[in-house]
Design a protein around this ligand. Structure first.
Ligand SMILES: *Cc1c(COP(=O)(O)O)cnc(C)c1O
Length: 246
């Protein structure tokens, strides 16, 4: 982030990653404590899309084990050799024809947004005899260009998912409309939390005492934590600027 930007000429790219992770973890803990939350109540998911395995290995040496990927094939190629201590989160748009691999390689799919994809995932998980943690992706900003289920349909989807025994719905995820000003994300984060609280009262999650909210990216995660985020998905802040292709 700012600090690593200043000193980056002195450090190799790889040392910069572990430095970034330490600084981010500190900021996460301090932000949580400042608003009266436990300092370990927010998990960092390092979004490694378009970064090579060497960058992921460096993050691992800094004690980072949760990673996010947007593309099934890219994730499959990079993570095959990296061992099973890694918790891989799928954060891209999931298509039915990729659901089998997703069921195999991810520990959490954060982007379930239809009964169709939930049913396909469940079917593959039955064959694998495996349970999968999922989040429901909610289009909280009702943004036409974004995937995610409409807030008012989230309840019905969770009711239907309760009939799919291999899916553990742990909470909600959202991608807020892009804005340069982090404060613009606050009302969306708040709305997602309020929605999760309603659904929690109806006992629609896997564990209603501990419901996950995946919200907040590199430019607005401090705001997301203030609004109750439990998973922040950071790419640029951890790994630096993404190249179009690596
Ligand atoms: C790329 C991506 C991120 C990380 O974005 P940064 O701004 O680099 O932190 C988080 N969530 C999703 C869904 C993404 O696609």
């Amino acid at each position: 982030m700012q600090l690593s930007f200043l000193i980056s000429p002195l450090l190799s790219t790889l040392q910069m990653i572990s430095h970034n992770i330490d600084a981010i973890k500190l900021k996460i803990a301090m932000t949580a404590q400042r608003c009266g939350r436990a300092k370990d109540s927010v998990k960092l998911v390092a979004v490694s899309k378009r970064f090579p395995s060497s960058a992921i290995k460096e993050a691992l040496t800094a004690g980072q084990f949760h990673f996010g990927e947007n593309y099934i094939q890219e994730a499959q190629e990079k993570y095959q050799k990296l061992g099973k201590d890694i918790h891989l989160h799928f954060i891209g748009h999931l298509q039915s024809n990729k659901a089998k691999i997703a069921a195999q390689i991810f520990s959490m799919v954060e982007t379930v947004d239809s009964i169709k994809i939930a049913t396909v995932l469940n079917k593959h998980l039955e064959k694998l005899d495996k349970n999968l943690d999922i989040l429901i992706q909610v289009n909280i900003g009702c943004d036409e260009n974004k995937s995610g289920i409409a807030p008012e349909n989230t309840r019905d989807l969770l009711v239907e998912i309760s009939n799919l025994p291999k899916l553990n719905p742990l909470g909600l995820m959202t991608i807020t409309p892009f804005s340069k000003s982090p404060e613009h994300s606050r009302p969306f984060f708040r709305d997602l939390r309020i929605l999760s609280e309603k659904l929690k009262k109806d006992q629609l999650f896997y564990d209603n005492n501990q419901v996950d909210l995946s919200m907040g990216m590199s430019n607005d995660y401090h705001i997301a934590i203030e609004e109750g985020s439990t998973l922040v998905r950071l790419g640029t802040a951890v790994f630096g600027q993404r190249s179009p292709k690596y």
